[in-house]
Design a protein around this ligand. Structure first.
Ligand code: GTP
Length: 360
């Protein structure tokens, strides 16, 4: 079975991380998000993958070269955003049998092999993976019949109308005939156009509910969470990748992943769950807690970074305090700044040094 991964979205909710980096390229545990998805597909015996690209497509070509995996990948570019269904239609010349479509921003353990087996057995038009959420009133929920077919899509139901906590997990197995519902070169979404039309026409859409791990990495909070969840699943202490210089006087506490060629000075304290990307420098007395740093980030002496995401090539000078901040690529935070209000700083910005405290 072939797969189509949707990687063309702008990722606006993840800005400034996605201003210069497509969502598929953002690192999760120091590897591009797309690599996690490809390994998931490989684990389910899928070796032919079409990437529906758009926003920052060139970067996706670049990261594909860096991933060593036994999968054939074919990027198919949209010259304008076509939406989830329009993007698949745009690649339809490569699809001649039932195929899998996945939102490129999910990390999951849903059993795709079992889902495909069920699809082949029942042969509906679409099999849709469903995942439970704690608060269904925030999502479009999917009601199903007793025999497991999708009955209805209900957008953000009030608590008095909640009949299920299952939402669309962004993984579908689709018969090619479904693409007849999608006009060429037109912006069309599966979620709010194609799937409701299928139900109107009485076409069978099979539900595949699963309580396996699932997260969509759509916001900075979820981006931190996926890194922390995966860290927690794989390690309890510190893991250092490749060569790094860690002073014996540095303290690494809890699940911490340190990328290759990092330099961590004496008196630095890194508290997990945290991920430090390759070639970062953490100076003496600096403290990092529950945060993710991409590559080539410098944290100056005595600076503290808590629950924050810092993209590549950023520099936080001495005596800063950052909490719940998201820094785009190439940001410099001058000495003595305190950003503890969830700031989002756009790429290449310079936040000047804070004035010295008044002597009065
Ligand atoms: P937001 O702007 O933050 O909503 O992010 P997004 O643009 O990624 O949209 P959303 O999270 O709804 O998209 C779900 C998946 O579909 C992601 O993997 C996107 O990359 C992908 N996607 C969304 N729109 C398009 C599109 O027009 N073309 C392609 N090829 N993929 C898309």
């Amino acid at each position: 079975m072939k797969a189509v991964i949707l990687v063309g979205g702008k990722g606006t909710r993840l800005r400034p991380l996605t201003c210069k980096t497509p969502k598929a390229a953002i690192p999760i545990l120091n590897r591009p998000a797309l690599e996690h998805m490809l390994r998931y597909l490989e684990g389910h015996g899928i070796h032919d993958v079409i990437l529906a690209t758009g926003h920052l497509a060139d970067s996706i070509d670049g990261i594909l070269k860096s991933i060593q995996i036994d999968i054939r990948t074919l990027p198919v570019l949209e010259t304008m955003p076509l939406g989830t269904a329009g993007a698949v239609k745009n690649a339809s010349r490569y699809l001649d049998d039932a195929f899998v479509v996945l939102n490129g921003d999910i990390v999951t353990g849903i059993d795709l092999s079992e889902m495909a087996r069920l699809h082949r057995q029942v042969r509906p038009r679409v099999t849709m993976a469903l995942t439970p959420v704690d608060n269904p009133t925030m999502y479009g929920v999917v009601e199903t019949t007793d025999c497991g077919l999708v009955k209805k899509f209900v957008e953000k139901p009030g608590w008095d109308r909640v009949t299920t906590n299952l939402i669309n997990a962004g993984i579908y197995i689709i018969e090619p005939a479904v693409l007849d519902y999608v006009a060429e070169s037109t912006m069309v979404m599966f979620e709010d156009y194609v799937f409701p039309r299928l139900l109107e026409q009485g076409e069978p859409v099979l539900a595949y509910p699963s309580d396996a791990y699932w997260i969509d990495v759509g916001t900075p909070e979820k981006y931190l969470k996926v890194n922390q969840d995966l860290l927690g699943q794989t390690q309890t202490g510190a893991v250092v990748q490749g060569e790094a210089v860690i002073d014996p006087g540095a303290r690494l506490e809890g699940p911490v992943l340190i990328g290759p060629e990092c330099v961590i000075a004496a008196g630095a304290h890194i508290r997990g769950p945290s991920v430090i990307g390759p070639q970062c420098r953490i100076a003496a007395g600096a403290a990092i807690e529950a945060s993710v740093l991409w590559d080539n980030v410098t944290i100056g002496e005595r600076s503290k970074v808590k629950t924050s995401i810092i993209a590549s090539n950023c520099r936080v000078e001495e005596d800063c305090y950052l909490e719940q901040c998201v820094l785009g690529r190439g940001v410099t935070i001058g000495r003595g700044n305190s950003l503890d209000w969830g700031a989002r700083i756009w790429p290449d910005s310079l936040v000047g040094c804070a004035p010295p405290a008044s002597s009065h």
